[in-house]
Design a protein around this ligand. Structure first.
Ligand SMILES: Cc1cc2nc3c(=O)[nH]c(=O)nc-3n(C[C@H](O)[C@H](O)[C@H](O)COP(=O)(O)OP(=O)(O)OC[C@H]3O[C@@H](n4cnc5c(N)ncnc54)[C@H](O)[C@@H]3O)c2cc1C
Length: 475
């Protein structure tokens, strides 16, 4: 690690990207490929943002957000990253649901869900097809007033079991609720339904090492441990940033930091129209998460019949608010078998249990109570997973928990938001350059533009906007 992370920094760049999450990384890479000089600044010691991993004694490696994404990642990675990255994306074939209403295994794609809905849930075939076509036909310009609850009511009135099957993976995938606009459900659901759920073979550490190789090949100046404190604006356009107390000049900025902290902290509301600043303040953050990371002893294998992803719940019915409660009744387990990291010298099994969580439930706990709550989360998770992995305590080598406080600490996301902001954040994010010339945001906003695929794609969209802006300035 260099003594000064900003050693040999140039005085100015065409573009400064703040934050090395998937959105920031992709924007930086796309802009560098287009021939611009790009400085990428990341406050943490490593790149990836929420797409991250960590190592623990005993050779254990844990992925934080590598649980599943839609097939579209293959195309996006091939176009905007590399063939090697795209070719490492593989399908998760065994997705399980286990709750008091039903237990089943599925590949989470249209064919399999159609079969399940008709044969197991006894829904008429025409209704199922109509529902899928409606969901797939939704786009951003559609009616934004209909909620997901109303969409389900239209097709499956009174069928809480069906709603659970259709909604649980999506709530997990992006924190959305039944009260969010139906189109945000339709787009994400259809993305998954096209071919199922995919993962990155080799783990997040391998992905980010390949990403770093691409950034270097395209000439991005990458600096970790580089904390941006301020975005400078003069006469309505960006002029530079202050990073680790030092000023760097630039013509364009892409912030991959949380949308609200970009506007309200890094720029400051005084630089925006009052209405816009009010609109930004009113944007709701998405929920946060709590996770339990469990590594088995070397050689202690878990049977692959446990599934790759398991949506497990003891709640009698499906309620999105219950998914956020600290009184956890629903957990999603990701099972990582030795095939996840074939490069590891010894075969390993790891399980990550994830739950959505409210920041407020954890934020103010005094230190001893916070510690006790984490211990309790670990113990209750082990109790719950016994059903699927008998004698797990005997097989366990290492266990650790993350809470909304952890996510906030490592990513600086306000309230540890896992998926950025709610839907209304997208319009605010898109309108930034109309407020301040040269200021852009590419990061999780509004359900559609979140998750691994959404963040990558949004990075590309914004990079194209920035490219057009810079080219205009040069004419
Ligand atoms: C527990 C959990 C599980 C998830 N599981 C999945 C999943 O299975 N599938 C899926 O598709 N998605 C999943 N997600 C969501 C997905 O990981 C994110 O939506 C996506 O990675 C966010 O990318 P981003 O571009 O918005 O940037 P982020 O990952 O939010 O990164 C922002 C970056 O900006 C940096 N930064 C912030 N402020 C500054 C500053 N002032 N100066 C410099 N740097 C700064 C941060 O350190 C960070 O690196 C999960 C998220 C969580 C929390």
């Amino acid at each position: 690690m260099p003594a000064d992370p900003l050693e040999n920094l140039r005085q100015s760049y065409d573009v400064v990207v703040i934050g090395a999450g998937l959105g920031g990384l992709t924007a930086a890479n796309t802009l560098a490929r287009a021939g611009h000089s790009v400085l990428l600044l990341e406050q943490l010691h490593k790149l990836g943002g929420l797409a991250t991993w960590f190592r623990r004694p005993g050779g254990h490696v844990f992925d934080v957000s590598l649980h599943g994404f839609p097939v579209g990642m293959i195309k996006s990675c091939r176009r905007y990253w590399s063939r090697e990255i795209a070719d490492s994306i593989v399908q998760l074939k065994n997705i399980r649901f286990d709750n008091p209403m039903f237990s089943l295994t599925t590949s989470v794609d249209r064919d399999d869900f159609t079969k399940l809905l008709i044969e197991k849930f006894q829904i008429p075939a025409e209704t199922v097809n109509e529902f899928f076509d409606t969901a797939r036909g939704m786009n951003f310009y559609d009616d934004q007033a209909t909620t997901t609850r109303q969409l389900f009511e239209r097709y499956f009135p009174g069928r809480e079991d069906v709603v659970r099957l259709l909604m649980e993976p999506i709530t997990y995938a992006n924190g959305s609720t039944l009260e969010d606009p139906a189109l945000t459900y339709g787009i994400v659901f259809s993305n998954f339904m096209s071919k199922g759920v995919f993962t990155f073979q080799g783990g997040t550490d391998r992905l980010i090492s390949l990403v770093k190789k691409e950034l270097a090949a395209n000439g991005v100046d990458v600096r970790a441990l580089a904390d941006v404190e301020k975005i400078h604006v003069d006469r309505g356009r960006v002029t530079g940033v202050t990073v680790n107390g030092r000023e760097v000049r630039t013509r364009a900025i892409v912030s991959n930091a949380n949308l609200k902290s970009t506007i309200l902290n890094l720029v400051g509301r005084g630089h925006f129209d009052r209405d816009f600043a009010d609109q930004a303040e009113a944007v709701r953050l998405n929920n946060s998460s709590a996770q339990v990371y469990m590594a088995m002893k070397p050689g202690a294998m878990i049977d692959e019949s446990c599934g790759d992803l398991l949506f497990s719940s003891t709640a009698p019915t499906f309620r999105t608010d219950m998914l956020l409660s600290r009184d956890i009744t629903s957990r999603t387990y990701s099972f990582y078998y030795p095939k996840t990291r074939p490069q590891q010298p010894q075969p390993r099994c790891v399980i990550v249990s994830s739950t959505n969580a409210n920041y407020a439930d954890w934020a103010e706990l005094p230190e001893p109570e916070y510690r006790r709550s984490k211990e309790n989360l670990a113990e209750t998770t082990l109790d719950a997973i016994e059903k699927y992995v008998p004698d797990i305590r005997d097989k366990l080598d290492y266990i650790e928990c993350a809470t909304p406080r952890t996510f906030q600490r490592y990513t600086k996301h306000l309230d540890g938001a896992s998926f950025g902001t709610k839907f209304e954040g997208l319009a605010v994010s898109r309108a930034l350059p109309e407020q301040i010339a040269g200021l852009y945001h590419a990061g999780s906003v509004g359900i559609i533009m979140s998750g691994w695929l959404g963040a990558v794609n949004y990075g590309v969209i914004v990079a194209n906007d920035v490219d057009a802006y810079l080219m205009k300035g040069e004419r």
